[in-house]
Design a protein around this ligand. Structure first.
Ligand SMILES: NC(=O)c1ccc[n+]([C@@H]2O[C@H](COP(=O)([O-])OP(=O)(O)OC[C@H]3O[C@@H](n4cnc5c(N)ncnc54)[C@H](O)[C@@H]3O)[C@@H](O)[C@H]2O)c1
Length: 439
């Protein structure tokens, strides 16, 4: 270990190292909280001045991530948020949690990561540790980030340290939080790994050191591809069993009684969120470099993308039995967040369902206790809706009520009692009811 890494390790172990978190969203914010809770001084960086202002007032902008305790840290000067990236020079470790979306052609959009690397490069000083946490394809840290960070002449492993450690955040999960989820860490050099490992060991239950940043990058992709493919499989089984008059939910419950070799995955109206619908295609893109086309990922993508259409068809079929079509029908969609009990509507299948219904001439309203308004986000920029209050009258007047997200706060018994027709894409209404169609 050289002197610089030795010094940084000492500062980390004594919790004197100042931690900078770049990108204060769904991943960055819980990370800030974890380091604060464990006694570190943290500076949060974000290009969004609204977020910086709110955090400096101890306010949150993500419903399921409360920040009231931030006030105490703000007062103690243990935490501050800023858009002034010159302050990067004041921190010992820089943890990057910026978005990694797909572009319009569904190719990786690394612009946020590269821009952040350029900004860091301007302020990088000897003895700093830089860790990329954003999900990305293998090779991003060493092929893309490293050359930018070395622009100014500093050398990795000698002057500064670089690692990759994927985030495993599960938004809204009351059991698994940043601190009790093991964290995979890969470094560019031995010292890079040792420092990143030392830092995370201070805040998470367990670190899992691996031999390279590429292994760490691939681990995250494997985890998400595993989910994506298995969800597609169960979605396909749902459609097959439905044709046979078999309830896939009952089958999953029964199969789950097997104590080995089976893990339940649940069907739904399609994939949502910033991870599962997107990350697998980072590998698809990279695999082309080695002459490989990712067949499982493509197939899973095909099936999962078709699921909102399946929900639409089921709704149309049920309306048809009552002599109705979509044109002029009132449809109430429950839940616009991509999963229960959170406010994240990125890539949500509800957006797709709503936009298809609108195109088919239905009068669509939505209710979501977590999302007061929706401007549709990427791919659905034409949408502009406000969550309507959920009342008996509204349920009675709707020709169909589609349960797209199974928020815990919904009273499903009351919904079924008052609605003419319920299309349930989440098995939220557990028992069979005459006016409920599973989709
Ligand atoms: N959301 C999840 O559940 C989750 C879970 C695991 C991994 N991830 C990965 O973590 C990364 C971040 O995801 P997220 O959900 O937190 O995104 P997010 O959009 O919630 O947050 C990203 C933040 O980065 C800020 N930002 C953008 N460019 C910046 C820049 N150049 N400098 C500073 N700040 C900048 C944005 O303003 C935003 O506040 C992604 O790679 C994602 O795939 C997300």
């Amino acid at each position: 270990m050289n002197q610089l890494s030795h010094n940084l390790q000492k500062r980390i172990k004594a919790k004197l190292a100042v931690v900078g978190v770049v990108g204060l969203g769904y991943v960055g914010l819980p990370l800030v909280k974890a380091f604060l809770k464990n006694g570190f001084t943290v500076i949060g960086f974000d290009i969004d001045p609204r977020k910086v202002k709110m955090l400096n007032q101890g306010k949150t902008y993500i419903k399921h991530i409360p920040t009231t305790e931030l006030r105490e840290y703000l007062l103690a000067k243990q935490f501050t948020a800023t858009s002034d990236f010159a302050c990067l020079a004041d921190v010992d470790a820089i943890l990057i949690c910026v978005p990694t979306p797909l572009d319009d052609h569904r190719n990786p959009d690394l612009s946020f990561v590269l821009k952040t690397a350029e900004t860091i490069a301007k302020h990088l000083r000897k003895g700093q540790l830089v860790v990329l946490e954003s999900t990305t394809y293998p090779g991003t840290t060493d092929e893309e980030m490293l050359p930018i960070l070395e622009w100014g002449g500093l050398k990795v492993g000698r002057d500064f340290f670089l690692a990759f450690s994927p985030e495993r955040e599960n938004p809204g999960d009351p059991v698994y939080t940043t601190e009790n989820i093991p964290k995979v860490v890969g470094g560019l050099t031995k010292d890079c790994l040792a420092l990143a490992d030392a830092l995370y060991s201070q805040v998470v239950v367990k670190t899992v050191p691996v031999s390279s940043t590429r292994v760490a990058e691939s681990t995250k992709l494997m985890e998400n591809i595993f989910r994506c493919v298995n969800i597609a499989l169960v979605n396909e089984l749902k459609m097959i069993f439905d044709r046979m008059g078999i309830d896939v939910w009952e089958v999953i419950k029964a199969a789950s009684s097997k104590p080995f070799g089976f893990m339940p995955f649940y069907p739904g109206p399609g994939l949502g969120g910033h991870c599962i619908p997107i990350d697998p295609f980072y590998l698809t893109w990279k695999a082309r470099e080695v002459d490989y086309s990712t067949k499982f990922i493509e197939l899973a993508g095909e099936i999962n993308t078709a699921m909102p259409y399946y929900v639409i068809n089921k709704t149309l079929e049920a309306l048809g039995k009552k002599g109705k079509s979509f044109k002029g029908s009132k449809i109430l969609v429950l839940g616009i967040a991509y999963k229960k009990d959170i406010d994240d509507q990125r890539e949500s299948p509800s957006l797709k369902i709503i936009s298809i219904l609108q195109k088919k001439g239905a009068k669509v309203e939505y209710n979501d206790p977590y999302v007061p308004k929706s401007t549709g986000l990427r791919g659905y920029s034409g949408l502009s809706l406000k969550s309507v209050p959920l009342t008996v009258e509204r349920l009675q007047q709707a020709d169909a009520v589609i349960i797209a997200t199974n928020h815990t706060s919904y009273d499903y018994g009351w919904i079924v009692k008052n609605a003419k027709l319920v299309v349930d894409s989440r098995n939220a209404v557990k028992k069979p009811r005459k006016n409920v169609v599973k989709a």
